[in-house]
Design a protein around this ligand. Structure first.
Ligand SMILES: [Ca+2]
Length: 455
């Protein structure tokens, strides 16, 4: 009886209290060479920037039409896990033109460099290679694997960088638990946009090593290979995918106000299991993952919380994936009960390098293997948003180039949000499906020059 009760309890606790979304993919960009991340500039342009592992950064307009090469980074190592790993834009990029890239050097070290877009005579879709300034170099020449790999700015304006444990297997030098070494860490830097070094200082709140009075670059530690992680753009929470050793892949979630001083456990722990407790494992607290799954030639790829407005069923869900198998985890965090409601499905993508977001919060997945970028879509009602000025049937006037179909899922919404001073013109007979809601935002105009038949 006790056993039956346990099974029932398990079934109850693992069932979904939310209606879990079913995700599908739409191929939107093809022909890339090892795309490794999806990035936006946060400058209102809605452009998409795609770093490729070999060092070339491609740029696309808001309709995902190619605008060319933004920057080519040379003098980097690109074999195995090495290469151009990520980029991010300064929070004031629109006015100062600075952005940052993270790559492995020819000797295997981890390096962050700062670049600037061209002068006023140049295209804003073309960065200046000569503007390069090396911000920080983290020694990593012993082994080529476990480089970490994601750069981002936080809501505090500081630059965050995840580093791997230095490579080989099992963290042989116990770097991840040693805070005098910048490997196996989440680093945090206060970047300086001056033209002369130093290009960063240490922000308050970072770790202070024993015997020191001032903090160093380390914000959090105990990570193995945090290749992909992201902030929740709404809450500022941190979500990290950490690649496992031989047993468990893991996903970690840290609340915005609890990011400093966290010990994520490696190499003492792999997932929730003991791994190597021989030294340095007496820290007062560890933060364990909210989700693990077995390592079977797998690599956890930390994703993003969906804060886009198109797919209602996916709103607020964190998506993380496995690089090799295409297993996709869909996680809803309940901040009241502090519980995670999780389901998974498999998507047909090999080499999932990132689950990144566009400026408007939609999610995209680049395949390192095939050079394709997929838009992440979900089942259920959809929001169609008019963001241009003029004709109803011009896809460019709609966010994501999607004109509302004459039949759509019940509960779908059409939002009229033309550019300032603009209007949406219904210039062809349009039939709006039963159950669709229309929202015309403040002081915006919906003008008829053709029939709008509402069933
Ligand atoms: Ca861990």
């Amino acid at each position: 009886m006790k056993k039956v009760f346990s099974i029932l309890l398990f079934l109850l606790s693992s069932s979904s209290i939310f209606a879990q979304p079913t995700v599908s993919l739409n191929s939107v960009i093809t022909g890339l060479t090892q795309p490794i991340q999806i990035v936006h500039a946060g400058d209102g342009s809605n452009r998409m920037f795609i770093p490729q592992k070999g060092g070339i950064i491609k740029v696309f307009n808001k309709n995902l039409a190619a605008l060319g090469t933004f920057l080519t980074i040379t003098g980097i190592s690109t074999g195995g896990e090495q290469g151009l790993l990520s980029m991010c834009f300064h929070p004031q990029y629109k006015t100062n033109g600075f952005f940052f890239v993270f790559y492995t050097t020819l000797t295997g070290d981890l390096e962050v460099a700062r670049y600037k877009i061209g002068s006023t005579n140049d295209s804003t879709n073309l960065a200046r290679p000569s503007s390069k300034k090396i911000v920080i170099t983290v020694p990593h020449s012993t082994f080529s694997n476990h480089n970490g790999g994601t750069l981002r700015f936080g809501k505090d304006g500081y630059l965050y960088l995840s580093t791997g444990d230095g490579g080989s297997g099992g963290d042989p030098f116990n770097y991840a638990q040693n805070n005098s070494v910048l490997l196996g860490k989440m680093l945090r830097l206060n970047v300086n946009t001056s033209e002369t070094p130093p290009f960063y200082t240490i922000p308050p709140g970072n770790l202070v090593l024993p015997g020191n009075t001032a903090p160093n670059e380390v914000l959090a530690y105990g990570l193995r290979n945090p290749f992909r992680w992201n902030f929740d753009r709404l809450t500022g929470d941190m979500w990290i995918g950490d690649v496992g050793q031989n047993a468990f892949e893991e996903f970690n979630h840290c609340l915005k106000d609890s990011l400093a001083g966290v010990n994520y456990g490696w190499r003492c722990y792999e997932g929730n299991s003991n791994y190597n407790l021989t030294s340095g494992c007496n820290a007062p607290k560890y933060k364990f993952p909210f989700l693990t799954y077995p390592t079977l030639g797998s690599s956890a790829i930390g994703g993003t919380v969906y804060r886009g407005e198109t797919f209602f069923s996916m709103k607020g869900y964190y998506l993380g994936a496995d690089f090799f198998s295409g297993q996709l985890f869909k996680v809803k965090y309940d901040s009241l009960t502090k519980t995670y409601d999780t389901s998974s499905q498999t998507i047909p993508v090999g080499g999932i390098a990132d689950i990144g977001e566009s400026e408007d919060g939609e999610l995209y997945i680049p395949s390192l293997y095939t050079g394709t970028v997929f838009r992440v879509q979900a089942n259920g009602p959809v929001q169609y948003t008019f963001t241009g000025n003029g004709n109803w049937t011009n896809p460019n006037n709609w966010s994501n180039n999607t004109v509302p179909p004459s039949t759509s899922v019940s509960g779908s919404i059409i939002v009229i949000r033309p550019i300032t001073g603009g209007e949406c013109i219904v210039n062809v007979p349009v039939t709006i499906a039963t159950g669709t809601k229309i929202v015309i935002e403040n002081n915006k105009i919906l003008r008829m020059s053709a029939n709008l038949a509402i069933q």
